[in-house]
Structures are given as structure tokens and as C-alpha cells.
Design a binder for this molecule. Structure first.
Ligand code: HEC
Length: 184
């Protein structure tokens, strides 16, 4: 009886050890591990990947991958608007009841790329290529009146796009508070 239990525990421990070894649980992450899971793009465009996209390709990708939950420009399904209204420059910019869209609110074009790549489509984030995400970003910026229809978006052009609400934010922490400063 006891031997029986002991054997089960031994087998379970063996299995979890094998598992731990496989995932290298507890081992320090190598630079390769870190690179594999690092996909943050900074506001100034640092770490934007290679690839490029355009508005026409973005429109097709958007219709196919995004309209399950988001309205196309000009569509007014209230449920989809509630999920996330993506288009429209609101002339109430600067007021508290602003309809917050990419055109009326977002300060950085690079954040549009970073956000949709890490989070969208909601059911399969990061499932498209970097060029697809550049195209979707181009399409969203174009339909928000931010860029022209023929502009190509890539790691050089995207950071140069000036968002309408770029200066609508006040930096609450112009100085980094002492407690958050890096320690030597
Ligand atoms: C299954 C539903 C679903 C699909 C498909 C989807 N989204 Fe979303 N999206 C959401 C939800 C829900 C939110 C709000 C998330 C939140 O507020 O945390 C959102 C938010 C967003 C936002 C931020 C809106 C804002 O200003 O706050 C953007 C941009 C966006 N989605 C783009 C896309 C794009 C581009 C695609 C297609 C590649 C896509 N979404 C596909 C559900 C979806």
C-alpha cells in the first residue's frame, strides 16, 4: 500500500523534473530567450522591426481581421463603437468628454503599431506579419486623416508621423522621482 503511494509520487516527481528541465525552469534567461519575447516598440520608434506596409493592403487586412469587433469608417454599430471606436478626429480635442480615437487622442504613431501587434486581433494577437501590422497602422492613420493614401509605413517613416494630439498631454513627472531612478 505505502509502496504503491511512494511509486506514484516518485513517478510524478520524475515527470515534473523532466518538464522543468525541458522548460529550463529556474535557469537564468539567456539573451536569446529575452530577444524572443521582447517586442516592445518605444514611442521614438526604437525597436521597430523591418518590413513595410501601405494603406490599400491595410484596408483588406482590416476588413478580414478586425471588423468582427470594430466598425469600418462610416459604420455606426453601437456595440462595436463601445468595444473600440478607431476612426474620427473629434473637434472637442482637449476636453474631458472627448471621443478617444487614434486621430483625436493617441500621441504617438509608433504606439499604434506596438499596440495592435501585441494585442490585436483580440482572438489571435501577434498572428500577422510585421509588414501586415505596418499596413494596418498605415490604414488606421490614413482613415484618421493623419497620413496620405500613398504613404508607405516602415521603421523610418512611421516615427516621423506627427499625431494631431501630440501636444495634448502634460507630463506629470518631467523629472524622474528619486525612488524610481536606476541604482548603481
Ligand atoms: C474579437 C474582437 C476583436 C477583434 C477581432 C479585434 N479587436 Fe481591436 N479591440 C477589441 C477590444 C475588446 C478592444 C478594447 C480593449 C481594451 O480596451 O482593453 C480593442 C481595442 C483596439 C484598439 C484600441 C482602441 C483605443 O483607442 O483604445 C485598436 C487600435 C484596435 N483594437 C485595433 C484592432 C485591429 C487593427 C484589429 C484587426 C487586426 C482588431 N483590433 C481586431 C476587440 C477586437
Amino acid at each position: 500500500m505505502y509502496l504503491h503511494k511512494f511509486l506514484i509520487i516518485a513517478v510524478l516527481m520524475g515527470a515534473s523534473l523532466a518538464n522543468a528541465q525541458q522548460s529550463r525552469f529556474g535557469a537564468p534567461a539567456t539573451q536569446e530567450d529575452i530577444d524572443k519575447s521582447f517586442w516592445t516598440v518605444f514611442p521614438d520608434g526604437e525597436f521597430l522591426p523591418d518590413g513595410e506596409g501601405n494603406v490599400a493592403a491595410g484596408r483588406e487586412l482590416f476588413e478580414y481581421n478586425c471588423t468582427l469587433c470594430h466598425n469600418m469608417p462610416g459604420e455606426n454599430d453601437p456595440v462595436k463603437d463601445e468595444i473600440g471606436k478607431l476612426f474620427g478626429v473629434d473637434d472637442k480635442r482637449g476636453r474631458t468628454n472627448l471621443q478617444q480615437t487614434i486621430g483625436s487622442y493617441w500621441p504617438y504613431p509608433t504606439t499604434v503599431f506596438d499596440y495592435i501587434r501585441r494585442a490585436m486581433p483580440l482572438i489571435a494577437p501577434m498572428s500577422l506579419t510585421n509588414s501586415d501590422y505596418y499596413s494596418l497602422t498605415a490604414y488606421l492613420l490614413y482613415e484618421n486623416g493623419v497620413i496620405g493614401e500613398d504613404e508607405i509605413m516602415n521603421k523610418d517613416t512611421l516615427p516621423k508621423v506627427q499625431m494631431p494630439n501630440r501636444d495634448g498631454f502634460i507630463n506629470a513627472y518631467p523629472e524622474v522621482p528619486e525612488k524610481y531612478k536606476a541604482k548603481d
